[in-house]
Design a protein around this ligand. Structure first.
Ligand code: UDX
Length: 451
């Protein structure tokens, strides 16, 4: 099948490379000429494991090409996917101007019978609205508009595409349903379920799925706070409730609040849609507020734990591991607040990406160990594997203080204690650090605790 994808961002590139992998002929278009030129040199502009290699392989196989001129590219397409940005406006609403502009621009050039597929995350009703827009622009009703939301996680986008839990296609007519079923046949044959429903439902599914997942995270974070007050262990509680298959163990890791390009934006859009249609979503409104407050509260916790004008090492600025994406990352709230409070921040991230520019007031280091040198407090903010396997004895030696705040609960408390660190996770009982340190005389045992 001949497919054109409009937008060479994260979703557009992953979709392009994966659809080419399924055997389709894909042209990915973007108005950014520099980006297209780089892609044509097989340079991938984003960090996503495996994506660069897949793009290169598909280009070599002759199934994937990049272009600026969308009008020309769509002329022979069976389907055109809209994967352009849908930024958030102040009130949480979604700015549909890029989606609408792209649809309007290409509408006259679409061949009769083509299907326009909305991949960008859009509020419910957008596909139907685009259908009216395209019909008006063409002066006839010969193009179907479908919705096909993505459920890709950064860091595992290719895996999520090729081994999806389900494919959702929103279709208001038989033509687009047949086309999208054919398009995804290689995946459905391999056992991936495909659910066909109306466009409005597909659009709602995307938002409701992200809202539900974000609710799980918000809930377990609240439980973690309660565990701290009661001396409980949030990992044990999460395991215990997650074993009920109706709840499930996924997305129950307590942390510094969810970030990224989807959950914060999509929950805001969901809440805003509820307000607009007179059906407020109080659970989601509270979730958004609680998630923001959490980042501020954790900043305060660090400030209280550190000595005045002390030095804090921040390990991890990406919103989660395996990505260089810093959008709505906890670090963006926490680091500036520490600096405002007079603390000196030394930061490290294996993929600092835009973080170095956005957090330019921090001192940046190439290794985690260098960032912790002479630190009074070290804080883990992102669950990178390399922080799970930190040499804690070296870390304790490098630091001036002893406090390790693990806001991802990835370090084994006993090991930290054995290395002479005062370990605090989120919602975990206090580590038996004192006894272990006294018994073993480990590095750092003569140091004065920072808290
Ligand atoms: C998410 C959805 O998972 C994906 O389906 C959708 O298409 C886009 O949004 P992504 O933003 O890449 O994907 O990251 P995800 O792995 O879902 O994590 C989102 C945030 O929640 C991160 O900040 C992460 O650290 C946090 N999180 C996740 C937790 O704090 N605890 C968890 O148990 C899981």
């Amino acid at each position: 099948m001949k497919i054109v994808i409009l937008g060479a961002g994260y979703v557009g590139l992953t979709t392009s490379a994966c659809l080419a992998e399924l055997g389709h002929q894909v042209t990915c278009c973007d108005i950014d000429a520099g980006r297209v030129a780089a892609l044509n040199r097989a340079e991938t502009p984003i960090y996503e494991p495996g994506l660069g290699d897949l793009i290169k392989a598909q280009m070599q196989a002759g199934r994937l090409a990049f272009a600026c001129d969308a009008k020309q590219a769509v002329g022979t397409a069976n389907a055109v996917f809209l994967a352009v940005g849908t930024p958030s406006s102040e009130d949480g609403d979604i700015d549909l101007s890029y989606v609408e502009a792209a649809a309007t621009e290409i509408a006259p050039y679409l061949p009769e019978g083509a299907v326009l597929v909305v991949k960008s995350t859009v509020v419910a009703g957008t596909a139907q609205r685009l259908k009216r827009l395209v019909d008006t622009r063409r002066g006839r009703d010969d193009i179907a508009v479908a919705s096909n939301p993505e459920f890709l996680r950064e860091g595992s986008a290719i895996e999520d595409f090729l081994h999806a839990d389900r494919i959702i296609i929103g279709v208001d007519d038989a033509q687009s349903e047949a086309l999208l079923r054919t398009l995804y046949r290689p995946l459905t044959r391999a056992g991936v379920p495909l659910l066909a429903t109306r466009t409005v439902n597909a659009e709602l599914i995307k938002y409701a799925a992200n809202a539900m997942l974000a609710l799980k995270i918000g809930f377990i974070n609240d439980v973690a706070d309660l565990c701290e007050a009661l001396g409980g262990d949030v990992k044990a509680v999460a395991d215990g409730i997650g074993r009920d298959h109706r709840i499930g163990t996924a997305f129950l890791a307590a942390g510094p609040g969810f970030g990224g390009s989807c959950f914060p934006k999509d929950t805001r859009a969901f809440a805003s849609t509820g307000r607009r249609y007179g059906r407020p979503q109080p659970l989601i409104e509270a979730l958004i507020e609680g998630n923001e407050a959490r980042k501020g509260a954790l900043a305060q916790r660090i400030i209280h734990a550190a000595p005045r004008h002390g030095r804090v090492a921040i390990l991890g600025t990406s919103f989660k591991a395996n990505t260089d994406d810093v959008r709505e990352a906890a670090a963006l709230t926490i680091v500036p607040r520490l600096i405002e409070a007079g603390l000196e921040v030394h930061a490290h991230d294996p993929q600092p990406g835009a973080a170095k520019r956005l957090l330019a007031a921090a001192h940046w280091h190439d290794t985690a160990l260098a960032a912790t040198r002479d630190a009074d407090v070290a804080v883990i903010l992102t669950e990178w594997d390399e922080y799970r396997t930190l040499d804690l004895t070296q870390l304790a030696r490098a630091m001036r203080g002893r406090l390790l705040l693990d806001f991802r609960n990835i370090v084994v408390a006993q090991e930290a204690a054995r290395a002479g660190l005062d370990y605090q996770g989120l919602g975990l009982p206090a580590a038996p650090s004192a006894q272990i340190r006294r018994g073993q005389g480990a590095a750092g045992s003569l140091r004065v605790a920072a808290s």
